[in-house]
Design a protein around this ligand. Sequence first.
Ligand code: NIG
Ligand code: FE
Length: 387
Amino acid sequence: MSVLLTNIGELTTNVATGDDLLGTLHGAAVLIDGERIAWVGQASDAPAADEVVDAAGRAVLPGFVDSHSHIVFGGDRAAEFEARMAGQKYAAGGIRSTVAATRAASDDELRARLRGFLAEMRAQGTTTVEIKSGYGLDVETEERLVRLAAEVTPEVTYLGAHVVPAEYADRADEYVDLVTGPMLDACAPHAKWIDVFCETGAFTVPQSRRVLEAGMARGLVPRVHASQLGPGEGVQLAVELGAASIDHGTYLTDADVAALAASDTVLTLLPGVEFSTRQPYPDARRLIDAGVTVAIACDTNPGSSFTSSMPFCIAVAVRDMGMTPSEAVWAATAGGARALRRDDIGVIAAGMRADLAMLVAPSRVHLAYRPGVPLVTKVWKDGVCSR
Ligand code: NIG
Ligand code: FE
């Protein structure tokens, strides 16, 4: 079954041409054949197809690649958010209350919730989602979380080292023994990635190294939460270990920026976090100008960022982090694909997966220009149109 999307006012391909990193085409068409893109070019040259969809001058772009989420959990923390908006500071300790609610939830409850978030994301143009565990923090629950995540995405991250659970208070090294031993044994078969929250109040650099190296020894690839609440050595550790991404990077030193620029490690910005914790926004301009590869993700979770909207995160990145609309759209598509080391998504070209989003707007700039407006009108994932 082939589908031709034609009369596309502005097509963002992310196939760089000359100065245009986003490879923008006007008056273009895209042929989808099964799960893949078969052809991209000018509408006037388009081949025949079983079905034709007239974009009527609208913008089409790659589906968003949301490379950082925590969407398998129980309960919420609206009261914590309310207290924060009244002046209380964000602290990682709130994670423990979600752990209690998650342990108490059944698989079916967690699955229904997870699928609800995925549907929300899809409606907003997201076609690939990475999902982390980290609200179980015991062997049984962490295994449930990675297993449920693996039902819906290949991009599953084992984050047993999210924080030290209450029952291991003052015994963090013993908890790391569990994370790198029996918990890893139970979770590794369901996961692709190993992650750790390397931060004061969570795990030290030596503990983080143990976690990442144990995961790597099992074939998992590292990605790291670091420099969210203050500067630290997590970025240097991530670069040294060849992590695919360091995420947050709210407080980066010049040495961190230089190390990232000289590496293959992507810096994943999470604009929803600064937005909903009232922390200072990182300066994306400084990063991009230094040559760092930047991705944008939602970090959907009940504590620090409970948005599931990539368009919202793009708008905040443009308004408050100094990105141009085009840079932000690239970061939310091709940048996310780099952060997940995927070469089959994030780009609209023959042979790539047919993951696309159509906007009720003539250009991608409207994603930042019209914040909060539901501009995504049609989404294709693996060639299947869900709206
Ligand atoms: O990515 N940084 C650590 N973990 C999450 C927050 C989790 C929570 O507050 O529940 C994050 O921001
Ligand atoms: Fe996170």
